[in-house]
Design a protein around this ligand. Structure first.
Ligand code: AMP
Ligand code: ZN
Length: 125
């Protein structure tokens, strides 16, 4: 996509990790000591369109996220995708945030407010 910031970064930006089809870059406005973004080179607007990736490509993308975290020295980290403007998405080219590198990175993880209950189907097994 010609007018997409992350398409141009994927084509020609500085990256911290790159493999066939995927690029990882440092976030320009880090929200944690380490804040990296993983971008597929292929443009899709949001995570809602995840179905446009095939099974193999989807697995490769998730493995690339894990590889990137390891490559930048993280063992403990958060992976986040903002989906849609109301959820905080500001760049409409799918990207995965990897946040880590210190206790502050965990400060905004919401506390659990309840316990999941087994689905009815599971109860009947
Ligand atoms: P989101 O709000 O989930 O769409 O995330 C967009 C992210 O892209 C934000 O964390 C921004 O700080 C980051 N960002 C915006 N422009 C650039 C850029 N030129 N290089 C690297 N990161 C950027
Ligand atoms: Zn794009």
């Amino acid at each position: 996509m010609d007018d997409c910031l992350f398409c141009s970064i994927a084509r020609e930006g500085a990256y911290v990790h790159k493999a066939k089809g995927f690029v990882a870059i440092n976030d320009i406005n880090p929200q944690a000591p380490v804040h990296v973004l993983v971008l597929p080179e292929r443009h899709v607007d949001t995570f809602r369109e995840i179905g446009e990736f095939g099974a193999k490509e989807t697995k490769q993308m998730l493995e690339f996220v894990a590889e990137t975290a390891a490559k930048v020295g993280l063992t403990d980290y958060r992976v986040l995708v903002n989906v849609g403007a109301a959820a905080g998405q500001t760049v409409f080219h799918l990207h995965w945030h990897i946040l880590g590198g210190g206790p502050d990175a965990l400060a905004e993880v919401p506390a659990a407010v309840g316990l999941a209950e087994p689905a009815q189907a599971e109860l009947e097994l």
